[in-house]
Design a protein around this ligand. Sequence first.
Ligand SMILES: Cc1ncc(COP(=O)(O)O)c(C=O)c1O
Length: 388
Amino acid sequence: MFSKRLNIEYEPNELSLLYNLKKRNGERILDLTISNPTKLNFRYDSKHIIKHFIDERSLVYEPDPKGMNNAREEVVKYYSEYSKKVSTDDLFLVPSTSEAYSYLFKLLLDADDEVMMPQPSYPLFEYLTKLDLGNVIYYPLIYDYRDGWVPDFNILEKKITTKTKAIVIINPNNPTGSYIRECDYKKFVALSEKYNAALIVDEVFSDYEIEAGENTLKTVTGYDSNLTFVLNGFSKMLALPQMKFGWILIQGNKKLKEEAIQRLEVIADTYLSVATPIQYAAGKLFETRAKIQEEILGRINSNYKLLKTKFLLNPDIKVMNSEGGWNAILNFENLLVKDDEFVLKLLDNKNVLIHPGYYYDFFTEGFGVISLLTETDVMEKAIELISE
Ligand SMILES: Cc1ncc(COP(=O)(O)O)c(C=O)c1O
């Protein structure tokens, strides 16, 4: 009866079974996997946030497929802080970046067309592509001790086909934390022209710089290209995923851009998904950006430094460099154990939960992923236990 697009296994894995058992037994787990910022004791400017949703103008429905102009103007102001000039005409509001992908896959893909995604990356993208009947083809990010995580263009070009309709760049990538270098972005632009595939650049973590390498781009906004869609939104930028406000910025070759906008208007008009209250509140919510980002960056940086210092001289576990974003990567390849064995033991013996690297499709065993949003006291205790 059901569509084949969701033929996946629903069996819980060993790690979640063990976690649930421990929780049922009332054990305290030091959970280093939480990335929901609203559950981690950040001080939101709650009064300021809430009061702007009480606006009588919200009682009138004025649908616009691109989203309300006043809200798009606020997005334009955000880019002007990076000295980037964008036009409200080139913006579409969406409830989240996840939905932005869905709009773009409807715009670009027929069934069984392909989308290239970085590997490792966040598991969500495979689902998003399959739900819109596309296939994910991964291109590797390889770790270079001088340049950090960089795309392997040789493999990417071997895998690209006439069915490839989009190449996704995550800037900075989740979980590797790597920003795109300018020289690599130019290569992506050239490939997009050569193979007639659009670029989708997901910049949801771009404001969260830890220590970006030289010549990396915080945003690709304003760069010349064939056809590029830049994605961002409040989910990470303001740490407010529940408010459901994001956007697609379209740039590139004039003719392609115009056609993309016309077609996206039809898609967006079919759903009209963005709620009116958030569009009126958007400008006021942008005002909370500096404060919440300062607080989050403070915690991210102190957790990252703590991890780096603690494992500096550890022969078995290394903390890889993160240029930005909300995660850190533990490399325990030297221990020659599988991801599952390492994380299960950690949970079983020490009540510390981290994500195994294979959740994010690392190529080899020996990696674990930790949320840098973790509360500092939890992180401190967990690091002691991991490094014992
Ligand atoms: C790189 C990246 N893009 C997009 C998303 C989804 O964000 P949103 O809440 O805007 O759908 C995530 C989720 O964590 C992510 O890691």
